[in-house]
Design a protein around this ligand. Structure first.
Ligand SMILES: [Zn+2]
Ligand SMILES: [Zn+2]
Length: 759
């Protein structure tokens, strides 16, 4: 394109991230004149004119050199006639806020800010709250959009003269009109208090806190989106102390490392992992533990991987820098099962007895945001938790919705989502809705987005899961009443699959749900499903795992040996099943031993039944004695997957008949010792991979060339590998923007309602 003037429209994360000053600098450096202005709705309009070569170079550079936190989703360039502008200007925003603008996520500290924080000559030297256009809190600090200082918790800190001068300087790429800037003169302050709330007198709270951590104390640290508990990760006793105090026996704890170099001493960091670790979102990345890793085994008992993130604020960086290890356990500060704590008073109350000291500051956290967690699933990056750094970015719908909608999600690892205009906006991670605190957090998040995006919910739509006992469903009904909105339910796995369809823009799809549990249309517990969803939103269940009994109901999800016993009893007869179970000594995996096994065998007849992939994997984990109790969501299946590392695939007789994967029969043969010549590691791997193959076969037999995959166990690399064995690598689509687990369901609830034309 050769033109002497161009109008460029850019859509994406282009507001509140220093995009306009970046454009200004680029245009002026090329001698171009014109203007740049915000249009609202996450759009920026640019006019450039001058030499044709320069215009061309400008457009190319704009595409190639996006500022760190900005992201261009769409760019449209049109040739125009020059208008004779003198110079280049940043124009005031048009004020017409007809379109909504995306609330930017929080960004991890950038290199330039870090350099300033570490430079003794800089006015930000050792300043823990330094941030700029390219980094720092956004969503967690926002009361409402647009991103202006008075709408953020920075409003409590009026800018000093020096900061104000930089704020108003158009040529200041990193600070012009950036709301989160501050300095030691005008910004927030740190202070340290003891566990009883008494201030600890010190001239340097950061150094003092680091010293306390090194001495083995647990220090609660107020960060961007909530509190962490910081402690030595290399000391068994300290880690044990935390586990005791938090009553969390085995759930893996997250680590924070000073930088990628430090992280690579703990875990295997390849180029892709490094890129993720250092990305502005700074997620926790689950990576293989190094053999010589100095991290205590108690950080992730029985697991071969560790979750590591890099310091993502100057506060974290400076704290870690002062510690002896340069890496720490940094786990969410909350009471078990409750949302992450965000206020001082709440922290002192709820973390009393867990934290010995509190490193606090006086900047308010508006929206709590937990750390995000990602992992690699058969080579693809998938979310275990999508929150800080990603939420509340939106996903585009194929068409604008006709009315607003709120989807409340299912129950565990929950998020909600809203739909407005052409977007779905999932909330940050909320947690397991098993207590009043998380239910209130869910409501708080929903209300924030309804307010922030000015949703008209009267005559809107509220969407819930079909499960009659989910508290979210109750909440959805109440909201529908309150707003006089319509109410609809979407089946759990249909929503799972719809979420992936939304991501890939598919109007119709074959889906495989590899999940723990969801309420099925027949009243049973579904969770290993092959479902086809048509363009009109109707769906057909094409196949699933055999229904296995869950003796004792939910208890069977906590003690996987119960699932195993259930399968044996169902697939032989009650006496033979039980005696086979006892003869192999599996009753020792149950807390109540022999008596419990006998009772559970009697419960089989009347037990709820499930096609859950998670429960099948649990039973396999018990059969191979890899896990005997679930102390956190998915534990036995995770243990099984990790146990399989390095194992090879062998053919196993896990078979499909009329669309049903015959899991019970297989478990019986497994316990009878049919595969005793196979190394247990190979066996473990092969069961998972075979399960994937079976599900892939069901889909293929029904005409699927390509499947989308979702569900809590869809992050299992071996199952995904099995699906890919059958369908080909590129024909198995995993969610990349949303979690495959239940955190993605709310977005699927929305998309299913778009397909059905309800919204
Ligand atoms: Zn910065
Ligand atoms: Zn200042």
């Amino acid at each position: 394109m050769r033109c002497t003037a161009a109008r460029v429209r850019v859509v994406g994360i282009v507001q509140g991230v220093g995009f306009r000053p970046h454009v200004y600098r680029l245009a002026t450096s090329l001698g171009l004149s014109g203007y740049v202005r915000n249009l609202g709705g996450s759009e920026v309009e640019i006019w450039v004119e001058g030499a044709a070569d320069s215009v061309e170079e400008f457009v190319k550079a704009l595409r190639d050199r996006t500022p760190r936190a900005a992201e261009i989703e769409e760019m449209e360039v049109r040739c125009e006639e020059p208008r004779g502008y003198a110079g280049f200007r940043i124009e005031r925003s048009l004020g017409e806020r007809e379109k909504i603008s995306m609330i930017p996520p929080d960004f991890g500290v950038c290199e330039d800010c870090l350099r300033e924080v570490l430079d003794p000559a800089s006015r930000w030297y050792r300043y823990p709250f330094h941030s700029c256009a390219w980094c720092g809190p956004r969503f967690s600090a926002m009361y409402k959009p647009p991103y202006d200082r008075e709408n953020t918790s920075w409003r409590d800190f009026p800018l000093c003269d020096e900061c104000l001068k930089e704020y108003e300087d158009e040529s200041n790429v990193r600070r012009f009109h950036i709301q989160g800037i501050s300095c030691p003169r005008c910004g927030p302050r740190l202070y340290l208090v003891a566990g009883d709330g008494e201030p600890v007198p010190t001239s340097d709270p950061l150094r003092e806190a680091a010293k306390l951590v090194d001495e083995g104390y647990i220090v609660a640290v107020k960060g961007i989106g909530g509190f962490h508990l910081a402690l030595l990760a290399s000391d068994d006793e300290v880690v044990m102390k935390l586990r005791r105090r938090k009553k969390r026996p085995r759930k893996p704890l997250a680590l924070m490392a000073l930088d990628a170099g430090t992280a690579s001493r703990l875990v295997e960091v390849d180029d892709r992992a490094r890129e993720l670790l250092e990305s502005p979102a700074r997620p926790i990345v689950v990576l293989p533990r190094r053999e010589d890793s100095p991290v205590s085994e108690l950080v992730a008992p029985g697991l071969r991987s560790l979750g590591v993130m890099l310091a993502y604020t100057p506060l974290h960086y400076l704290l870690l820098l002062e510690t002896r290890d340069k890496f720490l356990v940094m786990t969410s500060g909350n009471e078990s099962g409750e949302p992450i704590v965000k206020d001082e008073e709440e922290a002192l109350r709820k973390l009393r007895g867990v934290a010995d000291y509190f490193l606090l500051h006086n900047r308010r956290i508006v929206n709590r945001v937990d750390d995000s967690v990602v992992r690699f699933t058969d080579g693809d990056v998938t979310f275990l938790r999508r929150s800080r750094g990603y939420a509340p970015r939106w996903l585009r719908l194929p068409r604008p919705v006709r009315r607003s909608a709120v989807a409340v999600g299912p129950m565990l690892m929950n998020t909600a989502a809203i739909a407005t205009e052409g977007y779905v906006i999932p909330t940050q991670h909320i947690g397991d809705i098993e207590n009043i605190e998380t239910l209130e957090f869910l409501l708080e998040a929903i209300e924030f987005f309804v307010r922030a995006y000015n949703l008209r919910m009267k005559e809107g739509l509220v969407i819930a899961d079909k499960h009659p006992l989910y508290p979210t469903r109750e909440l959805a009904r109440e909201l529908a009443d309150r707003w006089q909105a319509d109410y609809v339910e979407v089946q759990h796995h249909v929503a799972h699959i719809a979420a992936v369809m939304l991501e890939y823009g598919l109007p119709e799809a074959y889906g495989v749900a590899i999940d723990g549990a969801g309420y099925g249309d027949d009243g049973q517990v579904w969770g290993g499903e092959v479902i086809h969803i048509s363009e009109d939103s109707s769906y057909r269940r094409l196949g699933h795992l055999e229904y296995l009994p869950m003796p004792g109901g939910d208890k069977a999800a906590y003690y996987p040996a119960r699932m195993l016993l259930g399968a044996l009893v169902r697939n032989s007869n009650p006496e033979d099943g039980l005696s086979l179970f006892l003869s192999r000594g599996y009753h020792e995996l149950l807390p109540g031993g022999l008596a419990e096994a006998r009772l559970a065998a009697r419960q089989v007849e009347s037990a709820p039944r499930t096609s859950s992939a998670g429960r099948f994997l649990d039973a396999v984990a018990a059969a191979l004695r890899v896990a005997y109790e679930r102390t956190y969501e998915g534990e036995p299946a995770i243990m099984l997957e990790e146990y399989s590392w390095g194992g090879s695939f062998v053919e196993l007789p896990l078979e499909v008949e009329d669309g049903i994967v015959l899991t019970g029969e297989f478990l019986l043969r497994l316990v009878e010792g049919e595969f005793s010549s196979v190394h247990p590691r190979d066996l473990a791997r092969s069961v998972q991979q075979s399960l994937g193959r079976c599900l892939g076969l069901i889909a293929r037999e029904q005409g699927a060339k390509r499947v989308v995959v979702s569900g809590g166990a869809a992050v299992n690399s071996f199952i995904v590998r099995g699906l890919r064995d059958v369908l080909g690598r590129d024909n198995v689509l995993l969610p990349r923007k949303l979690p495959p687990g239940d955190g993605g369901v709310s977005s699927g609830q929305i998309f299913h309602s778009v397909l059905s034309g309800r919204i």
